[in-house]
Design a protein around this ligand. Sequence first.
Ligand code: NAD
Length: 500
Amino acid sequence: MAPTTLTHFIGGEKIAGTSNRFADVFEPMTGDVTARVPLANAAEVRHAVEVANAAQPRWADTNPQRRARVFMRFVELLNRHADEIAHLMSREHGKTIPDSHGDLQRGLEVAEFCIGIPHLLKGEFTEGAGPGIDIYSMRQPLGVVAGITPFNFPAMIPLWKAAPAIACGNAFILKPSERDPSVPLMLAELFLEAGLPKGIFNVVNGDKEAVDAILDDPGIAAVGFVGSSDIAQYVYARGAANGKRVQAFGGAKNHMIVMPDADMDMAADALIGAAFGSAGERCMAISVAVPVGEGAAEALRGKLVPKIESLKVGPSTSPDADFGPLVTRAHLERVRNYVDIGVGEGAELVVDGRGFKMQGYENGFYMGGCLFDRVRTDMRIYKEEIFGPVLSILRAADYAEALALANSHEYANGVAIYTRDGDAARDFAAKVEVGMVGINVPIPVPLAYYTFGGWRRSGFGDLNQHGADGIRFYTRTKTVTSRWPTGVKEGAQFAMPTMK
Ligand code: NAD
């Protein structure tokens, strides 16, 4: 079948690209090109900003209860179209259908959270702060804001950005990943069907050129970014230099500490799912297992090896695949290359998935699960994010060494500890310097009403994503000090006014 040509979605309409630049969109399961996505230039971004800017004041004036009703209908539509969205997602991303449902659900839950926007936007009020003086604060939208999102969660992360921004009364421009743009385009149609006015949720497809135009456009007040760390840092620096509010979340190297007293079966099962689910293409995937003590290391390795050897890799539509192909051939080559690097660095490759071929899908982007043991901290396979189905074991002599590992890696997104010892778990939660912590939970992605964010090079800027921070990021606070009645005559005061 000839590839379809995708569009942007601006002002409630599908708009053809005018830049004459396109990127191929693949079906990783077969390796086929299924679509061409237009790559916007600065003029196209400018047009989207103008459209969004024209629509925004009226939306901001729509009372929050009415805005909440749009979200109620939107959530209902997401549920109704869940199968269709999941299939579309699996087709372009490569993840399995149940995994795509999980991606959608975690985004949908943030939209559900936004149904509470009338409550979430309530300000503060102090009656009688001084003679006749009341003080109150309010949260106001920023205007036009943007989100730039990665390939690996094409529904969840766009919704983490767009839903709070829109609920707060902003107009939103999404620049999704050019590798899987179809789900974001479908979200735009569903928002419209839910009653969101035209121009409030816009999708501008593109690559670096569109990102730079967003970062430089004076009409965009805030940018929320998620992607790899070097680009996150670049987006943060360029956006902030242009006076924008920016939060930019980056890559990860998440450790799982396995204490000698842990239930090893439970820990091994948790590791398998967290390391190899979604082919390891998750920012909260566990990529480093840190057994504490030689006994734990041998026991864990013994349990992991047969489980990794029997992982079922399959086409995204296969009902019994544990994970599907990687997103593109270029990414597959990059991950395979990391395995070569690890071998060259002297790590012990215990399970080698590089040669895996999927029968009947020879052009798909598949590889099997890989396990390295005896990985050291000076190796590139430890220091860098691989973002594929590759798990490393780094043996720690004791708990202090394991904790220090998690605390000294440049990435600090998520971390987990497996133990039956409450003292160790509590100490770990208090002392580990990582944004999200799991205690006997391998992928501690906080629910919608908490906030998500990593530390060090996993997150640049201030405030986390979704939850209360999502509302704070997409609003600014105004504080009003008022005096009624005005009859109190104080005369001119030249000293700094206080309530002393
Ligand atoms: P990526 O950095 O390649 O792309 C992210 C976005 O930046 C895309 O929209 C892309 O078009 C744009 N982009 C790419 N190159 C650019 C450039 N040179 N200049 C400006 N913009 C550019 O990331 P990806 O491969 O799509 O996603 C995987 C990465 O995202 C991993 O590093 C993963 O850990 C990270 N991630 C982080 C989180 C988190 O919340 N911390 C969540 C999911 C994914």
